[in-house]
Design a protein around this ligand. Structure first.
Ligand code: FES
Length: 150
C-alpha cells in the first residue's frame, strides 16, 4: 500500500470520476485517502472549489469521520493487531513497546483489528506486509530493517 504525493490533476480526476457531485463527497474523500493516504489542506481547498461547497462544509465532513486522517502519514506505517487472539498473546505489551521504540521516528503506528493472521499471533503489519509471532526483539529487528527513519 503505497501512496502518491498529492497532485491537483490526480485529485481532479478522482473528483471527475464521481461527476463532480457534491453529494458524493464522502466517497471522493475515500478515493483521496486511497490514493494519497491523507486529506491535506490543499485537498480540502480543491474539493470545496470543485464541488462548489464551502471549506467549512468539507472540513465538517472530514472531521466527522475518524478515517479521514488530516496529517501526513509517516514514511512507514506499522500496524499492531489489537484484536482478541493477538491480545491473548501479548499484543498490548507489544503496542506499548512499539510506542517506545518508534518515538521520534517518521513512522505511523496504528492499531488494527485482526490481520487474518490469528494462528500466528501476535501479528503486525509493516508497510502492507504481515508478520506473525512478533516478540519485542523481533519487532525491533523488523523496524530496524526499515532503515533510515529520520
Ligand atoms: S486477532 Fe490478530 S491477526 Fe487476528
Amino acid at each position: 500500500m503505497t501512496h502518491e504525493a498529492y497532485s491537483k490533476d490526480t485529485a481532479s480526476q478522482i473528483i471527475a470520476g464521481f461527476d463532480g457531485r457534491p453529494e458524493m463527497l464522502v466517497q471522493i474523500l475515500h478515493g483521496f485517502l486511497e490514493r494519497f493516504g491523507w486529506i491535506s489542506e490543499d485537498a480540502i481547498r480543491q474539493l470545496a472549489k470543485e464541488l462548489n461547497l464551502s471549506r467549512a462544509e468539507v472540513h465538517g465532513v472530514v472531521s466527522y469521520y475518524h478515517d479521514f486522517r488530516t496529517e501526513a502519514p509517516g514514511q512507514h506505517v506499522v500496524k499492531v493487531c489489537e484484536a482478541e487472539a493477538c491480545q491473548a498473546m501479548g499484543a498490548r505489551e507489544l503496542s506499548v513497546h512499539a510506542t517506545d521504540k518508534l518515538a521520534g521516528k517518521d513512522v505511523s503506528l496504528e492499531p488494527v483489528y485482526c490481520l487474518g493472521n490469528c494462528a500466528c499471533s501476535p501479528a503486525i503489519m509493516v508497510d502492507g506486509k504481515t508478520y506473525g509471532r512478533v516478540t519485542k526483539d523481533r519487532f525491533d529487528d523488523i523496524v530496524d530493517a526499515l532503515g533510515e527513519t529520520r
